[in-house]
Design a protein around this ligand. Sequence first.
Ligand code: R5P
Length: 260
Amino acid sequence: MDWGMKNRLSRIIKADGKTVMLAVDHGYFLGPTTGLEKPWETIEPLVPYADCLMLTRGMLRSCVPPEVDIPIVLRVSGGTSIVGPELLHEGIIASIEDAIRLNVSGLAFSILVGADYERDTLLAFSEICDMGQEYGIPVLAVTAVGREMVRDAKYLALASRIAAEIGAHMVKTYYCEDFRKVVEGCPVPIVIAGGKKIPEKDALQMAYNAIQEGAIGVDMGRNIFQSSNPQAMIKAVRAVVHENATPDEAYEIFLKEGKE
Ligand code: R5P
C-alpha cells in the first residue's frame, strides 16, 4: 500500500483502529430526509465528534464550508431514487478527478449483491477500486440491501466478502445475528450502518455488539441525526466505539449530555 493510500486510510480509521463515520448522504436517493432538510445546520454541531463525514459531492460543495477540518468519504454511487423503477441499479455518479479536486479521503460505492442488476453494480465497483488504487484513495463498499433481501449473516457475509474480493479497503454492512461470521469472512475492516431510527438505547446496544464482534466502528446516520439530541447521541456512540463504553454507560452519556 502506498503512502497516499495509507495516509488517507489513517484519516478515516483513527490511531486506535476505530472510526465514527457520520453518514449524511441519504439525500442521494431519498431527497430531503428528515433531519437533513438543512444539512449544515444538522451537521455542524456533530463535526467535532465525528471522525469523518460520508456524503455526496453536491452536499459537500453547497453545504459544507471548505475550511472545516474533517476527512470526507465521498459517495460515488447513485443515479436512482426511492420513487423510480430501478432503485437497486446504481452507477458511478462522480469522477475520480472531481474526488481528488474535493480532497477526499475515501470513496463509497454501493454494491447490490442479489439484486437484478448485481453484475452492473459489481463491475462499476471494480472500476472505482481501480481508480482508487491508481490515485491512492481507499474505497468503502456499501453492502446495500434491497427490500426483498434478508439481512442475515449468510447474505451479509457473502456481500461483504465479494466486496473485499473485488478490492474494497473497507466494508459497510448491517449488524445481524451471528455478526462475527460476517467479520470473520471478510479480510478488510467492517463498519456498520445504523439503519432506520430506533430508540437510542437500542442503537447504542447494536453499536456495542458490533464492536464486540469485530466491527471497527460505525457509519451511522439516522440514529444520530434523527435522535432527539443528535449531539448527545454522537457523543454516546463515540464512547462505545473509542472508549469501550457499555451500552448502559453510553446511554447515561446520552441522557446527561441531553440535560446540559
Ligand atoms: C445508504 O446506503 C446510505 O449510504 C446511508 O448512509 C447508510 O444507510 C447509513 O445511514 P443509516 O445509519 O441512516 O442507515
